[in-house]
Design a binder for this molecule. Sequence first.
Ligand code: ZN
Length: 335
Amino acid sequence: MIRHFIQKYLEPKALVLMYHRIAAPETDIWDLAVSPANFEEQLQVLSRTGEVVPLHELAARAKEKRRRKHLIALSFDDGYIDNYETAKPLLEKYRLPATFFVTSCNLGTEREFWWDELENLILHAAHLPATFVMKVKGVLIKRDLKQEAELSYELQQQHMHWKACLTPPTTRRSELFLALWTAMRALADSEIQQLLQQVRDWTKSEAVNRPAYKSMSTGQLAELAKQQLFAIGAHTVTHPALGHHGFDFQKAEMAANRDLLQELTGNRISLMAYPYGHYNADTLQAAEAASFDAAFTTEGSTVNKRTHQYRIGRFQVNDMTGAAFAKTLQKWALT
Ligand SMILES: [Zn+2]
């Protein structure tokens, strides 16, 4: 038992880090944004380790028998504009490689992803009608916002500190948001967009496109892909929770995204990440059938010779200082 533990402790580890946005938004309920200052401190820590390699290299070498060194790889999901404007220059400054998993439906448009717009509509609107009624796939979502129809300073503060991924909702608005998000996430994008329009109509507002929430342009994507340090990976066309859909739908989402990214970058797209980390047995087969070399989840686990090639875990990096990040990295290496 002790021998096993020591061996596990000494064994060189391979771990993949997952980022989404390098930004400091007012609210970040999914804990997805790392501020530029903290990101730079994290890169300084990573740079000192001398262990950062491109993701495709980690995926190929994680199973080597006589590897002496730890391996760390960086990945970014979704394709937000800040990946190009903020993360890219900092990664170049420290000469650290990264892979960007890009959802293609919003590339080169002003549109926000549906989850960002829904959050904005429900949590940030100054006034909302007091009663909400909507049917999602035959299930009635009915809520009374009462005094929360008006956005107070206290309510704003509560939403600023709410982490939907860690704690249950504490306000009527956040409870409504989470009910809608949960119901909508299981659907195909065409249905999600119809429901989002109903929510917009209910709030009596137009689609608001905040510039900081848009995706990269196709030119920026191509420029990113051209750099030796960077690679582009697949993240589906519309970001569905794949495990809720059939094999053919899943494979089509993967293949269409892959083909478009290949056309825009001129590079082979060999890796993919599952949106929301959501998958089922069909997803693993679809990723293989779509000719990806490896695919990544959001389960925090290191990569070793027993890891399934289409179910490689990643650790989500939160907004923390370099010192906190260094400690967290050590903790992750032991899992
Ligand atoms: Zn994603």
